[in-house]
Design a protein. Structure first.
Length: 142
């Protein structure tokens, strides 16, 4: 009964592609920093350039590492050419971020996503990324 009430009283934003649930999502079992990054990027309320910002009126939407296309959650994880090394190392089995994609239910895929996010600093606040923009500031770790 709770889920239909939520849908009527507080409908999910049109840009949010993940259905509400009564159980914690498996990625919430990851470390707090990574779980927060994933949740915020899924909600399009994080630090990638194409996500809406409450503090910048005219944001630059282009991905800072590759400067080719808007830096969305999908771009930052799956297609950014500047992050290809990290994808090759960690995300070989991941091809979708859709709400029913295996990444959201398979523990080993969530762990590899966690390593990718941490080592590439994807979705991190700008002050946590060294200048000039470095996709891999520390050496990648397995």
């Amino acid at each position: 009964m709770l889920l239909p009430d939520w849908a009527n009283d507080a409908p999910t934003a049109t840009y949010y592609n993940y259905p509400p649930s009564l159980t914690p999502h498996p990625f919430m079992g990851l470390g707090q920093l990574v779980a927060a990054r994933i949740h915020q990027m899924r909600a399009a309320k994080s630090y990638p350039a194409a996500h809406p910002s409450w503090f910048e009126e005219n944001p630059q939407l282009t991905c800072p590492p590759c400067e080719i296309e808007p830096e969305t959650f999908r771009h930052a994880i799956l297609t950014c050419p500047a992050r290809a090394r990290g994808r090759d190392l960690y995300l070989k089995e991941i091809s979708s971020l859709g709400h029913n994609a295996p990444i959201w239910t398979e523990p080993h895929l969530l762990l590899t996503l966690s390593k990718y996010i941490t080592n590439t600093r994807t979705g991190f606040p700008p002050e946590m990324i060294p200048e000039p923009y470095a996709v891999f500031s520390p050496p990648l770790q397995n």
